[in-house]
Design a protein around this ligand. Structure first.
Ligand code: NAD
Length: 339
């Protein structure tokens, strides 16, 4: 049925318009730190594109936003090639979708003949990803994620972040290791920083995520140094000779080397335990050290991670559960905003 695979011009136009809209919002968010729509609205738009592509796979090209890690390294910073690719995360928006994802992953693990997965369950920190390259325990370079292959060199700015050691503590460091984490502004520090801005008659920062991204991507490291940036580790890239068989083991090692690991991560044995974790943190999501927009569930074992692999955009061994957006009624302005 040739008709079924030759999309009409108007269908293609509709598809290209939708893909371009996703690209436009990605550029605003990643390159200018100035989104025009809320994350929930963006997620909805992205999902529409995914659904469109599922119905019309013949339209999908390699440069579709669904096939690429969002963001691109801008020319404002020197480009940095990551040693190992940086990926995004597959999103799910309900516990039913999460359960379906976990059951599929469990079936894949069983089909590969591997032991049942343990789930390293973490908070999804609302900040921006950095890739830290340590050579023989010395921080030599720091980069943003960019498009996952090439990031932006933000080494000088990262050196102003007190959480991030210039030199790792302990001994036995690999010749080369890439430590990935999220740079964020703690909620308390964000509020204090904004109070100080308001007291000086200056405009407050819009939200911790964009403030963190904007702060890290300053041209002048002295400006970055004034911002209360922190970091938590959430991944490992190139890792030649890292003596760890699982992500949790790696975190323990990195903690002993003085790297900031999250106090909230837990290794859980079943989907039911993951669900309980989600409920627990859903209830207290606004009283944590930092803002979160969801929970990340990862296969803990490195060998199983490698066996499951990844697509061009996301690992097949991890998933992000997004909490539903909350509508808050601000009494002061009487407007509804998404947080
Ligand atoms: P993502 O945020 O869904 O997931 C990947 C990122 O999560 C990683 O790169 C990492 O930086 C981060 N992360 C935080 N905690 C983590 C943890 N514990 N483990 C692993 N990773 C963790 O994907 P994305 O491609 O970076 O961007 C999508 C996000 O950006 C969505 O939240 C989306 O709503 C938002 N966005 C918004 C707009 C907008 O216009 N408002 C535009 C583009 C993207």
């Amino acid at each position: 049925q040739p008709d079924a695979v030759v999309p009409s011009a108007s269908l293609r136009e509709e598809y290209e318009a939708l893909a371009d809209e996703v690209r436009r919002h990605r550029a605003l968010y990643y390159n200018q730190d100035a989104p025009e729509i809320s994350d929930a609205e963006f997620d909805e738009l992205f999902r529409r594109l995914e659904e469109f592509e599922a119905l019309h796979p013949e339209l999908v090209s390699n440069d579709s936003p669904t096939q690429e890690v969002g963001g691109a390294a801008t020319s404002a910073f020197a480009p940095v090639e990551h040693l190992a690719r940086m990926y995004s995360l597959e999103d799910v928006f309900s516990v039913d979708e999460l359960e379906a994802w976990v059951r599929r992953a469990e079936a894949s693990v069983a089909a590969l003949g591997l032991p049942a997965a343990k789930w390293l369950t973490e908070l999804k920190i609302d900040g921006l990803a950095v890739n830290l390259l340590y050579r023989d325990g010395e921080l030599v370079r720091a980069a943003t994620r960019g498009d996952g292959r090439t990031g932006e060199d933000v080494t000088h700015n990262v050196r102003t972040i007190k959480d991030i050691p210039q030199r790792l503590a302990g001994t036995g460091h690999p010749a080369e290791v890439e430590i990935r984490g999220e740079v964020y502004i703690p909620t308390k520090a964000f509020n204090e920083f904004n109070d100080a801005l308001i007291a000086e008659g200056r405009a407050p920062l819009a939200n911790p995520r964009n403030a963190a991204a904007g702060s890290l991507r300053q041209k002048d490291p002295a400006e970055t140094a004034k911002r209360p940036l922190s970091m938590f580790v959430h991944g490992i890239g190139a890792r030649d000779g890292l003596p760890a068989a699982s992500q949790a083991e790696a975190y323990a090692l990195l903690t002993s080397w003085g790297l900031p690991t999250s106090p909230y991560a837990e290794v859980l044995g079943s989907y039911e335990e993951v669900l309980a974790f989600i409920e627990q943190y859903g209830a207290k999501r606004h009283s944590l050290i930092h803002e979160i927009d969801g929970i990340v569930v990862k296969v803990d074992d490195f060998a199983t991670q490698r066996a499951l692999g990844h697509t061009s955009r996301v690992p097949r061994w991890a998933v992000a559960f997004k909490y539903p957006p909350e509508e808050v009624h601000t009494k002061l302005l009487d407007i509804r905003v998404n947080v």
